[in-house]
Design a protein. Sequence first.
Length: 57
Amino acid sequence: MNYKIIENLFANIFQLVNEHRIITVIIWFAIMFFLIRKLAKKDNEWHLKDWFKKNKL
């Protein structure tokens, strides 16, 4: 099979990220901030529900 298309796609993506490092880093941190914040909120709600169930008994 010819993987030249995929190879060119990844080369173009890598070149774009390499040229615009600062913008890429800012976007990466923004995405990670929102994903980790959402995950932490779900984990905190689950943990608090579990903790209150244990203390009522």
